[in-house]
Design a protein. Structure first.
Length: 398
């Protein structure tokens, strides 16, 4: 196994990738679906010690027909650790520098796997410049400005970006969306979400796990139009001075308690809470939908569970409302992280072939990150923040 340790000449890399990207703009179908005996060339970018490989994103290509994993890059591992990571990914070659890997291997598909987002922007731009379609770990980027640049670059090059928001494609969630559209709970009126509310309660919980919930809000209700919020640190409203970095570098966060409200079209309102003191009373993190004729609740996880409740009448004995499971029709199918990631990959490849946005698109995940930024904007200003945000930088960096 070859281990390429010397970084590629930057001038050579930029010259080559700039010319290659220009060719993609002129002929965006160049790296379309493989036909006949052709195969997709795929590569994995990780960084041991800086987010590692996320939730199975190192193995996201293994076992997918038509995909050949050609290499892995890991700038944070020694030779032995990098070799083990490459073996897990099914990659015959490994590199210490992802730019060199992109230059030499010319992958058509790249998995950007670190949980930390501090390098997602640079990794994404380099991979797009090399001509690759991307699948990335969440959170997508650290700011709307970073997301804007990456999405615009992908659009110009005709590349497709998918992000690991696995619940959007969970069979239980897909079935619930179809059922609500068909009137299961009547008119959708209210959405309430709760983060995990563990030791990360507050700003960290909102970005790491709340981004999944904001993505689901948008799946069911469309784009948010405004946000109001209160973010507390030790019982007082936050200021920019409360910004801090956490163990996984996902950009600055603030607050140990978050309460946010969002307004959607058609009179749908939503709330998000992350408060450690609510953990016991709320129970499992997730999202609840209230309609004119009933409610539905998603217990969030890689394989989300869904329950519905029809309201009963009040009596002297109280009410007899009970949550009942809502299972999708047909056989259960494969479960777990690998199966959840495979659904994203299959949809992503179909999106590339069909020239459409993936369902777990970079655009959708950028909108979830923007909702997080709107919470901070509203909390810091004490005013309603209109969406989309005019200010694209991180509110805690201004």
């Amino acid at each position: 196994m070859r281990d390429a340790k010397t970084p590629a000449n930057r001038r050579e890399f930029l010259s080559l990738t700039a010319g290659f990207a220009a060719g993609l703009v002129a002929a965006p179908a160049l790296l379309g679906a493989p036909e006949g005996a052709d195969r997709w060339r795929a590569a994995v970018i990780g960084h041991t010690g800086r987010g590692d490989y996320g939730h199975g994103l190192d193995a996201v290509f293994k076992g997918v027909p038509g995909i050949e994993v050609v290499a892995l890059a890991d700038g944070g591992a020694d030779d032995a650790a990098r070799a083990k990571a490459a073996d897990r990914a099914g990659a015959p070659r490994h590199y210490a520098d992802y730019r060199e890997m992109l230059l030499k291997e010319k992958p058509q598909l790249v998995s950007i796997a670190p949980r930390w987002t501090d390098q997602h922007h640079a990794m994404a731009l380099a991979s797009l410049s090399a001509g690759a379609h991307l699948i990335t770990e969440k959170p997508f980027m650290t700011t709307p400005a970073e997301a804007d640049e990456v999405l615009a670059t992908a659009d110009r090059a005709g590349r497709k970006i998918a992000v690991a928001h696995q619940m959007r494609l969970a069979p239980s969630v897909v079935h619930l969306k179809r059922s609500i559209d068909q009137g299961l709970i009547g008119d959708l009126l209210q959405i309430d979400a709760w983060g995990k509310q563990d030791s990360r309660a507050g700003g960290e919980d909102m970005l790491v796990l709340g981004s999944h919930l904001f993505d689901l809000m948008r799946l069911f209700a469309g784009d948010a139009r405004w946000c109001t919020a209160r973010v507390l640190q030790g019982g007082r409203d936050i200021t920019v001075a409360d910004a801090r970095r956490v163990a996984e570098d996902i950009g600055p966060v603030a607050g140990d308690e978050v309460f946010a409200q969002f307004g959607f079209d058609r009179g749908v309102n939503a709330t998000f809470n992350s408060r450690g003191r609510m953990r016991e009373s709320v129970g499992h993190w997730g999202i609840e939908f209230t309609g004119s004729k009933g409610s539905a609740r998603i217990l969030a996880d890689i394989e989300a569970r869904v329950f519905v409740m029809k309201p009963s009448a009040w009596s002297d004995a109280g009410r007899s409302d009970a949550w009942q499971p809502l299972a999708p029709p047909g056989p259960a199918g494969a479960k777990g992280t690998d199966a959840a990631n495979r659904r994203i990959v299959d949809d992503w490849l179909d999106a590339i072939r069909s020239n459409r946005d993936p369902k777990c698109s970079g655009r959708n995940c950028a909108a979830a990150v923007e909702m997080v930024m709107a919470v901070y904007r509203a909390a810091l200003t004490g005013a309603r923040a209109a969406l989309p945000l005019k200010e694209r930088r991180h509110p805690l960096n201004t």
